[in-house]
Design a protein around this ligand. Structure first.
Ligand code: ADP
Ligand code: ADP
Ligand code: MG
Length: 455
C-alpha cells in the first residue's frame, strides 16, 4: 500500500492489538516486538512476525531506540508505528527512523520536537491567535521568578513540566509560601520522568472541563473530527471520555475546532494529533494547554461517532496516500463514551493490581466495542501501565450511550485481578454524570466525600 508493506509495532498492550487490526484491514504485514515479560501477549500471537527486544523493564526494551531500529531493519519492515506513550513523542527516535529510511508513522521529527516542548507549543499557539492561559511565557529560572509571576496573575497557579505528559510533573500552588517546596518537587519529578526539569507556570483554573479536538493532517490539508470531553480525571489523568461534549453548543464547537485547525495548518501538521483545551463553562472561554502529536488512548470515541478509522487513516497518510474525503464528509452521529478499565484497586487509592486473569466474560450487543489485549489465563505483568482495555459504547443519544455502558459494564466479568469496573459503575450512577455536570475536579471531590462518609 503506497510506500508501506510491512509495519513494525513499537508498543504493547491494547494499542498494539489496535494497530495490528488496522494493518490487517489494509493488507499490510505486521512485526510485533515484545519484551521478555510480554512473550505471551495477544499482539505477539496476532502479528505475522514477532521479535524479542529485551528485558521486561521498558528502558531495556520498548524504549531502546537502536534495538527497535535494528529489529525493523532485520525484519524488513518499512515503517514503525509507535502507538502512544513510550517513543511515540520522541523526536530523536523519529529522526533516527527518517535517517535509516524507515517511515515513522507520526509527524515529522521537527514537529514532535516543537510541540513536545510545552513552552514552545504555548508560544506558538499564542502567536497564531489561539488563546492560552495566563502565565509565564517562557521557562522559569527558579521559585522566586515563579512567585513573581504568580503574584502578577494571582493564585492558585499550576507549575508544569515543559517536557511533561501523563499528568506527571505538575503541582498546584495555592499561596506563595508553598511555592518553594512545590517547585523543588516538580523539578525532581520532571527530571526523573522526562530527563528535563524545565518548568513553566499557568493560572490554575477550577471547575473547568477538558475538551480536545481530534485532527488529521497530511501536510497540505487539515481535517478535524470534532471534540472529546475528557473531564472525568483523577490526578490529571483521564478515566472516561466522550464525544460530543455535553456542554458545547455549535458556536463554541466551531470556535474550538477552528482554533485547532488554524494551529495545525500553521505548523503544516502531518498525521493524527490532538489539540487539548480547558474550557470555562460559565464564560465560554477556552484555553490551549498542549498538543499530543500521536494517536491517543481515547481515539475510539471519535471513531464511533464519525465512522472513520483514525489508525488506518494515519497509516495511509504515512504511506503517502491522499485521503479520499473532505471536511464536509466528516459528520458526528450519536454519542459515544469510553471507560478505561485498569487493573487497579480503586477502593484502595487505585493501586495497580497485576496478576493472572482466571475468568473473563466480555460484553456485546448493539453499540458495544471492547479494545483490549487480555484473554482468560493472561498474566498482567507489573512493569507497564495498568490499562486492561477500553470499553466504548455508542448510542443515538447520550442517555442511550450511558444506559448501554451501564449494561455492558454489568456484563463484563474479569476475575483474578482487581479492576476499575466498579468505579465506572458507580460513577455512571451519579446524577451529576448523567446530567453532564462534571468538571475536572469532580472525581476527587465526589469520591473523597464518599470515603469520608463511609469512614
Ligand atoms: P491520552 O492523552 O492519550 O489519554 P495519556 O496522557 O493518558 O494520553 O498517556 C497515554 C499513555 O502514555 C499512558 O499510558 C501514559 O502513561 C503514557 N505516557 C504519556 N506521556 C508519557 C511520557 N512522557 N513518558 C512516558 N509515558 C507517557
Ligand atoms: P499532560 O501533558 O500531563 O497531559 P496537560 O497539560 O494536558 O498535561 O494537563 C493535564 C490535565 O491537567 C488537564 O486535562 C487538566 O485537567 C489539568 N490542567 C492542566 N492545566 C491546567 C490549568 N491551567 N488549570 C486547571 N487545570 C489544568
Ligand atoms: Mg494532556
Amino acid at each position: 500500500m503506497g510506500d508501506i508493506h510491512r509495519v513494525l509495532i513499537a508498543n504493547r498492550g491494547e494499542i498494539a492489538v489496535r494497530i495490528i487490526r488496522a494493518c490487517k484491514e489494509l493488507g499490510l504485514e505486521t512485526v510485533q516486538v515484545y519484551s521478555e515479560a510480554d512473550a505471551d501477549a495477544l499482539a505477539v500471537r496476532m502479528a505475522d512476525h514477532a521479535v524479542c527486544i529485551g528485558l521486561a523493564r521498558s528502558s531495556d526494551s520498548y524504549l531502546q531506540k537502536t534495538t527497535l531500529l535494528s529489529a525493523a531493519l532485520t525484519s524488513k519492515a518499512d515503517a514503525i508505528h509507535p502507538g502512544y506513550g513510550f517513543l511515540s513523542e520522541n523526536a530523536d527516535f523519529a529522526e533516527m527512523c527518517e535517517a535509516a529510511g524507515i517511515i515513522f508513522i507520526g509527524p515529522r521529527a521537527a514537529t514532535i520536537r516543537t510541540m513536545g516542548d510545552k513552552i514552545a507549543a504555548r508560544q506558538l499557539a499564542h502567536s497564531c491567535g489561539v488563546p492560552t492561559t495566563m502565565g509565564s511565557m517562557g521557562a522559569l529560572v527558579d521559585s522566586n521568578e515563579a512567585i513573581a509571576v504568580a503574584h502578577e496573575i494571582g493564585y492558585p497557579v499550576m507549575l508544569k513540566a515543559s517536557a511533561g505528559g501523563g499528568g506527571r510533573g505538575m503541582r498546584i500552588v495555592w499561596e506563595a509560601s508553598d511555592m518553594d517546596a512545590a517547585f523543588t518537587s516538580a523539578v525532581r519529578e520532571a527530571k526523573s520522568s522526562f530527563g528535563d526539569g524545565t518548568l513553566y507556570l499557568e493560572k490554575y483554573l477550577t471547575r473547568i472541563r477538558h475538551i480536545e479536538i481530534q485532527i488529521l493532517g497530511d501536510g497540505q490539508e487539515v481535517w478535524q473530527f470534532g471534540e472529546r470531553d475528557c473531564s472525568i480525571q483523577r490526578r490529571n489523568q483521564k478515566l472516561v471520555e466522550e464525544s460530543p461534549s455535553p456542554v458545547l453548543n455549535n458556536v463554541l464547537r466551531e470556535k474550538l475546532a477552528e482554533a485547532a485547525v488554524r494551529l495545525c495548518q500553521h505548523i503544516g501538521y502531518i498525521s493524527a494529533g490532538t489539540i487539548e483545551f480547558i474550557l470555562d463553562e460559565d464564560t465560554g472561554k477556552f484555553y490551549f494547554i498542549e498538543m499530543n502529536t500521536r494517536i491517543q488512548v481515547e481515539h475510539p470515541v471519535t471513531e464511533m461517532v464519525t465512522g472513520f478509522d483514525l489508525v488506518k487513516a494515519q497509516i495511509r497518510i504515512a504511506a503517502g496516500i491522499r485521503l479520499p474525503f473532505g471536511q464536509d464528509d466528516i459528520t458526528m452521529n450519536g454519542h459515544a463514551i469510553e471507560c478505561r478499565i485498569n487493573a487497579e484497586d480503586y477502593e484502595n487509592d487505585f493501586t495497580p493490581n497485576p496478576g493472572t486473569i482466571t475468568h473473563l466474560q466480555l460484553p456485546g450487543g448493539p453499540g458495544v466495542r471492547f479494545d483490549s489485549h487480555i484473554y482468560c489465563g493472561y498474566t498482567v505483568p507489573p512493569y507497564y501501565d495498568s490499562l486492561l482495555g477500553k470499553l466504548i459504547c455508542w448510542g443515538q443519544t447520550r442517555e442511550e450511550a450511558i444506559a448501554r455502558m451501564r449494561r455492558a459494564l454489568g456484563e463484563l466479568r474479569i476475575e483474578g485481578v482487581k479492576t476499575t469496573v466498579g468505579f465506572h459503575q458507580e460513577l455512571l450512577g451519579h446524577v451529576a454524570f448523567q446530567q453532564g455536570q462534571c468538571h475536572t475536579g469532580y472525581v476527587n471531590e465526589a469520591f473523597a466525600a464518599k470515603q469520608k462518609d463511609t469512614a
